[in-house]
Write a protein that binds this ligand. Structure first.
Ligand SMILES: Cc1ncc(COP(=O)(O)O)c(C=O)c1O
Length: 476
């Protein structure tokens, strides 16, 4: 079984994710040992489109992708090729980016509270830009990396965000100027200000408040001799349609405010960066899970169940009488300890979709959906209405790229799902505009050897295309 990312991207014309999912689930697919194993499909074209959109709506703000969100090698290689920077939070994340070929000056070490050895690692590998939010951290940086270029992270009003960080990170507005003084006293190089309005931001105004504070700190820093040139507006940008505020609305407010507060007349050498995570990763990944087991249970308690002896009640629950409408428990091969950790850590809401078409009038039953581990906590959906599923059926989950596989564990021996990468030929052409020399170590397998894009099939045969297989596959 292939557990880590493959580096092959299959080029498919008129890419329809559900067709690919049907194909992958219907065949004894090359990379999976067991045909029922869950898998992801990553549409790299979605990432290319997101990047183009970013450049359109934030023309003056450089994205430094927060790799914690989804550190897939293929995704990161694509981002390097498109010219983004990277927000890393640890030695391992920095190491991964350097191994993949990112330049150290395209990395910001954006964790305000760092292990000393990680600071030394950044120093030894030329990653100069790093974030701090307190005095003790400043002393640590002075000891281990006095030449670092420092960015002061401020606290924000993140009350309107799905995931909040201000209880843990960011200097309180009242202590920011004192920290600027301390940096000066210690002879350190303060270059800018950063903030994070919280992940899944639902209020564009949160950026405005944070930008105002940033301006105050800039003014003070400049007044005592710092060359303040970096403004980092963090993450928080939505990656799917499910948020109440759109990324376009945020862009409008942010661009306008940056222009007002940090006008180029006064801030000639200003560089503005952001640390988007979910914006880039969320919608590119679709997760396909298999129903590995099911239980039929009584829908409602029997009237006398309250006083029923325990043994009898259990028997009744797992073997309901024919008179009671059944409800079903479905067990999938990915769960809370795997990709669905997003329910717990990311406050995500997920919606099951069935791969097999059902008759329009198929009866629906009260159902619950569970992960594969032996823990009762491992529940994906408590209560939903579904047609009756059979063991072996596929359940598909869209928008599963952000904070899913990044934090999945192999608890109970259930490993994270394999990823298949794909891109449409139209999007490959767009990607080609960013990196005409290809992406090192990523192999695009295209079906037509005569096509000019076949030049991107580094080291791989352009034959055996998914597209050809799809043509002959039975689509349900
Ligand atoms: C410092 C930092 N920057 C950026 C991000 C990415 O945030 P988002 O996915 O909301 O864009 C995070 C997320 O935890 C973060 O902690």
């Amino acid at each position: 079984m292939k557990l880590e990312d493959g580096n092959k991207v299959e080029v498919v014309d008129s890419l329809v994710i559900s067709d690919i999912a049907r194909h992958k689930s219907a065949t004894s697919c090359l990379q999976r040992e067991d045909v029922e194993d869950g898998f992801y499909i990553c549409d790299l074209g979605d990432v290319v489109q997101k990047h183009m959109k970013w450049e359109r709506i934030f023309p003056s703000i450089e994205p430094f992708y927060a790799i914690k969100c989804n550190p897939s090698d293929v995704l990161l290689r694509t981002m390097i090729a498109m010219g983004t920077g990277f927000d890393c939070a640890s030695k391992a994340e920095i190491g991964q980016m350097l191994r993949l070929g990112a330049s150290p000056d395209r990395i910001i070490f954006a964790n305000p509270c760092k292990q000393s050895s990680h600071i030394r690692y950044a120093r030894d590998n030329g990653v100069k830009l790093m974030v701090f939010d307190n005095e003790i951290e400043l002393h640590k940086i002075r000891k281990f990396y006095p030449d670092a270029r420092l960015v002061l992270r401020t606290q924000t009003d993140d009350s309107a965000s799905v995931c909040q960080f201000s209880m843990k990170f960011g200097a309180h507005p009242d202590s920011c100027l004192k920290l600027v003084d301390t940096a000066k006293e210690l002879g350190l190089d303060l270059v800018g200000v950063s903030f994070h309005v919280g992940s899944g931001c639902q209020d564009a105004n949160a950026y405005v408040k944070a930008l105002r504070l940033a301006r105050t700190i800039f003014d003070y820093g400049i007044s005592i001799g710092f060359d303040m040139t970096l403004l980092d507006i963090g993450g928080g940008f939505p990656g799917t349609e499910s948020f109440t505020v759109s990324v376009e609305e945020i862009a409008l407010v942010v661009n306008q405010t940056v222009n007002e507060l940090f006008h180029s007349q006064n801030f000639e050498n200003l560089r503005v960066i952001a640390e988007p995570g979910r914006y880039y990763a969320a919608s590119a990944f679709t997760l396909c899970t298999n129903v590995i087991a099911k239980r039929r249970i009584a829908l409602e308690k029997q009237p006398d169940q309250e006083n029923m002896p325990v043994k009898e009640a259990i028997l009744k629950a797992i073997s309901p009488s024919a008179l009671v409408e059944p409800s079903f428990m479905y067990f999938l091969n990915d769960g809370l300890y795997g990709s669905f950790n997003c329910l717990f850590y990311d406050h995500a809401e997920v919606k099951p979709r069935l791969l097999k078409n059902r008759a329009k009038d198929a009866a629906e039953y009260t159902s619950s959906i569970w992960g594969p581990t032996c823990d009762g906590l491992d529940k994906i959906i408590d209560n939903c209405s579904l047609p009756e599923l059979e063991t072996g059926d596929w359940v598909v989950w869209k928008d599963m790229g952000a904070y899913t596989m990044a934090a999945g564990s192999a608890f109970n021996g259930f490993k994270t799902s394999t990823v298949y990468y794909t891109i449409s030929s139209e999007n490959l052409k767009l990607l080609d505009d960013y990196c005409s020399n290809g992406i090192p170590s990523v192999c695009f397998v295209y079906c037509d050897a005569k096509d000019p894009l076949a030049k991107k099939t580094f080291g791989c045969s352009p034959l055996s295309p998914l597209q050809q297989e799809l043509k002959s596959a039975t689509i349900l």
